[in-house]
Write a protein that binds this ligand. Sequence first.
Ligand code: OGA
Ligand code: NI
Length: 190
Amino acid sequence: MDSYIADKVGIDRHFLNEVLAADLKQNLLALYAEQHFQAAGIGNNERLTQNKTIRTDKIYWLDRAHNNASENRFFDLMDQFVAFLNASCYTGITHYEFHYALYEKGSFYKKHLDQFKSDTSRAFSMIMYLNTDWKPADGGELCIYHAGEAEQVIAPENGKCVFFKSSELEHEVRVTQEIRMSITGWLKTN
Ligand code: OGA
Ligand code: NI
């Protein structure tokens, strides 16, 4: 995550090890096949709306209460990561939320900010990808906009984690030509 300080975007190409990434992907695909995913909305609780002109991905919220071994290993990793961040950077993270996301072919998420106007609890955005053998022709890049600079284009490659401040950087997911899978979430403060 060294690049975070310099560029406002931290990228770790091997944040999830191959075994964990494979297990999470298997869990994601099983849940998707059993139709547990739902169309993602925009906005928060009361004002959640579905707008298929803005985003067309499908999501499933992870939860320790599911008692799923892969989800729990993921949460153990996040607990370690948050403890490290709070100890080394005084970030004051008190909770988090994560969902799986599946973008079918042709799906996208237009330019947006992850923090809501009415709720500033999302401090950091984290996205971890579960796509092996991703090729340039598959599209589906995460594109991050930096003021006065060219946009940063990031391929959604297996195990990679992208990390940035939720209030600061607008970003989008370009149209994907292949099924594109990830875990996306937010580290939150009170
Ligand atoms: C999001 C998001 C980016 C990605 O879910 O808010 O911006 O690369 N995802 O999946
Ligand atoms: Ni986003």
